[in-house]
Design a protein around this ligand. Sequence first.
Ligand code: SF4
Length: 262
Amino acid sequence: MALEVPRTLSPSKASAFTDCPLAFRLSIIDHVPEPPSPQAVKGTLVHAALERLFWDHLPGERTIEAGLDSLELAWEAIQDDPEFVGLALDIDEAAEFRADAEVLVHNYFRIEDPNSVRTVGVELGLETKIGDMVLRGIIDRLDLTDDGELVVIDYKSGRAPSSQFEKSRLHGVHTYALLCERMLGRFPSQVKLLYLRDPVSIIATPTEQSVRGHSKRTIAVWSAIERACENEDFRPRPSGLCRYCNFQHLCPAFTSLTAAAS
Ligand code: SF4
């Protein structure tokens, strides 16, 4: 019997399928429970703090103190979040977690001055239909330049990729560009990825050609997911990512890898 095809595709789902179809199936289709990731939860906290910084404060008021106040409000709000609760941090671990989030907020101010940007939206959920696929993405922040150009801002709480992997980590950029074109009528002139850990920004400039190429690749990934569902054929794709995979115990490829290594 064929498996139900997911309703939507996002940049993270597309790269999850490309990285390993079996892990994609276990996570997205079978919903096998996964332990919360401290890095992901910290990313959620810092994103929420920066969202509040832009919602609650006008240009000129977006100081580092305002950023830390926003973090405090986001910290209070996350206490009831099941993912945060699932981390089961003790008092010392929670203090360390909170202090590290504060470092990321400080680092944000080392990348840009939030008073110097003109923001027209935060946490914008955009989606568009391409064939029978619903492509979805959430834009952390949308800015407008003095020339009236759109700039997409994407916060990353992890480290910037090395130049070797930089291109592969930019998969979301073209999705955002495509969504802007479909929903807002034009491409952004830039997509800025702000890596808060380092802290550095990587700027990508989407072109019509690059976005068209990406659109074709996304449709190809969607077709591959549909085929895999139809045939119930999600094969494991072992790689360096296996070390961090939550499904090692369910994966025949991982079992054979560990047996061969012992
Ligand atoms: S252990 Fe590796 S091959 Fe197996 S499901 Fe996880 S990522 Fe895929």
